[in-house]
Design a protein around this ligand. Structure first.
Ligand code: ASP
Ligand code: MG
Length: 413
């Protein structure tokens, strides 16, 4: 018998039939004797629908009222799911975030959880009830409804699991788990049985959008065992856990992430003096533009080139800022390249396995793919290449590192 927190996303509760199916699933766990706390999202599309309504009234809806509005989506699904459970003869109680007392700060529409009162939930579990909690919401000190930002139900589930010291937090979604890479790009992409929090964070922030990043950070911080699995198909999914727990598998590479829609900006021929990187990057990030990969070459003739990447959608704005900066610094020119992408190899095993980088570069060389920028961290190597080579690069790396094969050379060293 275990205490399990289960989170069902918008697609999993997207219709009455699906809510009934979720109730059947929960019933099975109850029959095994597990204590179940469920967190649900709003029905798929509902949060978008409510947001659109608000924007019909005002261009910039008041954040406090936005939260009152958006939190209703989840209030609908908690009630319907409890009804479906009761119909099946299972005791169930729904709670909004405020009723549990999921206390957050006052930052409407992007609030952070401060504290969770677990007493009401434990009292319900004691009475053999399934507890169904509205995801994505809480309440501030003054009693105002707050929401946690899009995708926030994942974070609600992880935070509840931490507060209840649950045995596992299960995130049910419309994919089977976390894959070695995007299965739409590589046919042989393999479902990972385990991955570390650190690897998941890298994969999540690099575009493998399975889980809200904040939820993964939270789970890592509070050591909540997190499992991603499918609502619709049976299977163990992917367990996200601490490094020491995954020692058995010890693959050098966990997966490959890729990001399209990037752009590269170069300010060429800036004087090689202190403060230049700040003068170039500062004005861009001051405008709220997120700067990603940054490289500055070593000076040979007293001038430098500073290159960095931004989201393609923000690249024209960044270029306009840089044109002004370049004029004041008397830089030679500003070059914008909108046809680039980023591909990253991720794995904690990189720490202990040498030769990963050279193997990566060899695989790309064999496909004649020109690498424009290389950056590395302890558990990640990222390259910037021409966008048209994205699929080719991902496939080449997937096969070079044998990621389709669970017993391949990449596993158990
Ligand atoms: N309903 C919210 C959203 O669509 C929260 C969530 O689903 O996690 O973003
Ligand atoms: Mg979601």
């Amino acid at each position: 018998m275990a205490l399990i927190v289960q989170k069902y996303g918008g697609t999993s509760v997207g219709s009455i039939e699906r809510i009934e199916a979720v109730a059947d699933k929960i019933a099975k766990f109850r029959d095994q004797g597990d204590d179940i706390v469920v967190v649900v999202s709003a029905m798929s599309g509902e949060t978008n629908r409510l947001t659109a309504l608000a924007h019909e009234v005002m261009d910039q809806p008041t954040p406090r009222e936005m939260d009152v509005l958006l939190s209703t989506g989840e209030q609908v699904t908690i009630a319907l799911l409890c009804m479906a459970l009761e119909k099946r003869g299972y005791g169930a109680r729904s709670f909004t975030g405020g009723q549990v007392r999921i206390l957050t700060d006052e930052m409407h529409t992007k609030a952070r959880i401060r504290e969770i009162d677990n007493s009401r939930i434990f009292a319900q579990l004691e009475q053999q009830n399934v507890v169904v909690v509205a995801g994505f919401q809480g309440v501030d000190e003054a009693g105002n409804i707050t929401t946690l930002g899009r995708g926030g139900s994942d974070t609600s589930a992880v935070a509840l699991a931490a507060a209840l010291e649950a045995d596992e937090c299960q995130i049910y979604t419309d994919v089977q788990g976390v894959y070695t890479t995007d299965p739409r790009i590589v046919e042989g992409a393999r479902l990972l049985s385990q991955i570390t929090f650190e690897e998941m964070l890298e994969l999540a922030s690099l575009g493998a959008k399975v889980l809200q990043i904040r939820a993964v950070e939270f789970a890592g911080k509070y050591k909540v065992p997190l499992r991603v699995l499918s609502t619709f198909e049976e299977g163990p999914g992917t367990l996200i856990s601490l490094e020491e727990d995954t020692a058995m598998e010890d693959p050098s590479i966990a997966g490959i992430a890729s990001e399209r829609d990037e752009a590269k900006l170069t300010v060429a021929g800036v004087p090689d003096v202190p403060g230049i990187a700040y003068k170039v990057i500062g004005p861009v990030s001051d405008e709220g533009i997120e700067v990603d990969v940054i490289v500055q070459n070593a000076a040979i003739d007293g001038t430098n080139d500073v290159t960095f990447t931004v989201k393609r959608a923000e690249s024209d704005k960044a270029k306009a800022i840089l044109d002004k900066v370049a004029a004041s610094l008397e830089a030679r020119e500003v070059i914008l390249d909108k046809k680039i992408c980023k591909v990253s190899l991720v794995g904690v095993g990189m720490r202990s396995h040498a030769g990963i980088a050279s193997k990566m570069f060899k695989a790309l060389a064999e496909e004649n793919i020109n690498i424009q920028i290389i950056t590395t961290s302890e558990i990640k190597i990222s390259i910037v290449i021409e966008e048209k080579y994205l699929e080719l690069a991902v496939r080449a790396l997937h096969s070079a590192f044998n990621l389709s094969d669970p017993d391949g050379e990449n596993s158990s060293k």
